[in-house]
Write a protein that binds this ligand. Structure first.
Ligand SMILES: Nc1ncnc2c1ncn2[C@@H]1O[C@H](COP(=O)(O)OP(=O)(O)OP(=O)(O)O)[C@@H](O)[C@H]1O
Ligand SMILES: [Mg+2]
Length: 606
């Protein structure tokens, strides 16, 4: 069955809030019944009380009318309250399911799906389902009940007049559906233009510094103007089409009322139709047009909901990671011996949009063999794109479709729980992400750790001066992705995050690339102490960072080309030596420049 997962979840949510839904149905039915009954009171008042000059009876009818009006307004309020409550609960649950599924998706899903697209699944698709399953379904049923109820009443009072106006109503009904169906693709275009526009806003605001740097504001305006022009033409067309539709409905309405008045009055003369019945018809005809307009616009909501169900189902069909947190937590894990990569090859998964382009069709790692023994500090070096980060991504089980084997203590990685392996390893990534929260919360990340633990760690690592600079210390609130602090400060926070958790295996992937030399030396001197009995993988472009490593792995184009201690590798006179000599040349150049710079400073100070 199509879209089965989403349908199951929707049914489950509806079942959970069934009582609320049922209550809003009952209230809606009562409201509709009163809505049908009130014009009958007016009819009776005209035909019976007014024609017989029965003032007492008329007063009673007026009283009943007022009471019903009062009840109707309370029921209308209650109906809105119940429908909205159900709607919000439905939406909240649905969004929670989609969000939770997205968070648990495999890493490759995030490689091939832009964040904006995933957010749209939660926000706009969730919203369009709420709209359909709450207000839309309830109002469709209410409109159908109202239409049939009114037709039955009309038939009871004048079958002839009913048969006369029924074809007009049926024609309007089909006209409305035909109209909505024909304009539906047009609204789709408008929605696409809008989403392109939002995309532009987001990209250009995010990339404002690049626009500034290259003086390219005009390029942004040009792109936005093109979308604006398309939007303007389509919006105008839409409004015109809408105006034609609503005008046609009004013409139909006027024709129907004229027919009723004309034929009704003729009937009244021959005493077949009462004046009250004619007024009842005129009132109902006016009431008919509301549901007809409603029903046809529900068609659009229905189509949007069908498209949203399909898109949400795509999300629910995205592969998730299997994480059995409680089971893994109970089992625990100890790193006892070694990590072994043998005959390991890996290609990043190909997204279906990239199949023809050949992107990702190359091996990021090819026939890689190495081992890391417990307690070893292993440095990984290599040019940009040589596969260093990929090694760590595989070890952390971010990707699992590799060829060959990765074993931790003789156990294949796929047989080790995801939660287990990630609690064994503490990693500082190349790009650190920080949440918009305090520095402290970014370090402890919702754990049992306290501010004191963090302060102690700062002291040991000798970073107090850096944190003293923040206006509120650890309580300083970071902006989105830490945009109000420097890249080096971000890296220091990321290092602290790992340091205070004291993992058994450390991974530092360019963890100090933005930190100045002095602070880096400070951090590594402190880390050396705690890394003494730990296993660590240190990826670095700055070769001084891996000076204290027991072993260095040298990668080139996805292959492990050399490995050994620094001394052994320098003796080989191969790839590492070349990297090393280049690095030394750069270092010397920097030193000389610094020297000249410092001399100049001294000179100017003199
Ligand atoms: N998510 C991804 N999807 C597709 N290909 C990727 C992805 N991440 C990396 N690659 C590709 O895999 C290869 C190895 O990338 P990796 O990130 O491991 O390099 P690296 O050695 O860490 O480079 P750098 O020093 O720049 O960090 C590169 O060719 C890269 O383009
Ligand atoms: Mg990398």
């Amino acid at each position: 069955m199509k879209n089965q997962k989403t349908k199951k979840i929707i049914l489950f949510i509806i079942k959970n809030h069934f009582f609320l839904l049922l209550s809003s149905f009952i209230v809606m039915l009562l409201t509709t019944a009163i809505g049908i009954y009130m014009p009958i009171i007016v009819k009776d008042a005209i035909d019976i009380n007014i024609s017989m000059k029965d003032t007492l009876g008329l007063a009673k009818k007026a009283e009943l009318f007022l009471v019903l009006l009062f009840i109707l307004s309370i029921l209308t309020y209650l109906s809105v309250y119940l429908t909205e409550t159900f709607g919000q609960k439905f939406l909240f649950d649905l969004k929670r399911y989609i969000f939770s599924h997205i968070l648990h998706c495999k890493m490759k899903i995030f490689d091939s799906n832009p964040v904006g697209k995933l957010i749209a699944r939660i926000e706009s698709d969730g919203e369009s389902l709420r709209e359909f399953f709450t207000s839309s379904v309830i109002s469709i049923i209410s409109d159908i009940v109202l239409c049939f109820g009114m037709i039955l009443v009309l038939f009871k009072f004048s079958p002839l007049l009913t048969l006369l106006i029924l074809p007009v109503i049926v024609i309007i009904f089909f006209f409305s559906f035909w109209f909505q169906r024909s304009v539906a693709p047009f609204w789709v275009i408008l929605r696409k233009i809008n989403s392109t526009l939002y995309g532009y806003y987001s990209d250009f605001i995010k990339g404002h510094d690049i626009l500034r740097l290259f003086n390219k504001f005009s390029w942004a305006f040009h792109k936005i103007n093109l979308s604006f022009n398309k939007k303007f033409i389509n919006e105008l067309r839409g409004e015109l089409i809408d105006a034609i539709y609503y005008n046609s409905l009004q013409i139909f309405e006027a024709i129907s009322i004229s027919v009723v008045l004309w034929v009704g009055l003729a009937g009244n003369i021959s005493s077949k139709v009462s004046i009250g019945t004619i007024i009842l018809f005129a009132t109902y005809i006016k009431q008919f047009f509301g549901p007809i307009k409603n029903l046809s616009s529900q068609f659009q909501i229905f189509q949007r909901a069908i498209a949203s169900i399909e898109r949400i189902d795509d999300v629910f069909n995205m592969e998730t990671e299997e994480i059995n947190e409680s089971e893994d937590r109970e089992k625990g894990i100890q790193f006892k011996d070694r990590i072994v990569f043998s005959q390991l090859s890996f290609k990043y998964p190909i997204h279906k949009d990239d199949e023809d382009t050949g992107i990702n069709n190359i091996y990021a790692l090819k026939d890689v063999n190495f081992e890391i023994n417990k307690g070893e500090k292993v440095g990984i070096v290599g040019k940009t794109g040589s596969g260093k980060t990929t090694i760590t991504a595989l070890l952390l089980k971010f990707y699992d479709e590799y060829e060959g084997s990765i074993k931790v203590d003789d156990k294949e990685l796929c047989d080790i729980g995801t939660y287990q392996i990630r609690s064994l390893i503490g990693a500082v990534f190349q790009d650190t992400f920080l949440f918009p929260d305090t520095i402290l919360n970014n370090i402890i990340l919702d754990s049992q750790l306290t501010e004191n633990d963090v302060l102690k760690a700062i002291d040991i690592l000798g970073l107090k001066a850096i944190f003293d600079r923040f206006p509120a210390g650890l309580q300083t609130v970071l902006k989105d992705d830490g945009s109000n602090i420097s890249s080096g400060e971000k890296q220091i926070i990321a290092i602290l995050r790992i340091y205070i958790r004291d993992p058994q295996i450390f991974i530092f992937d360019e963890a100090t690339s933005s930190i100045d030399n002095n602070t880096e030396t400070l951090i590594y001197d402190a880390l050396k102490k705690i890394l003494k009995d730990k296993t660590a993988i240190i990826i670095a472009h700055r070769l001084s960072t891996i000076d204290f490593c027991d072993k260095i792995l040298c990668f080139h184009e996805g292959k492990l080309v050399e490995s050994g201690t620094k001394q052994q590798l320098l003796l080989i006179n191969g790839y590492f030596k070349k990297l090393y000599m280049n690095y030394k040349r750069e270092e010397k150049f920097e030193e000389q420049n610094n020297f000249v710079y410092n001399e100049r400073i001294i000179e100017t100070q003199d």
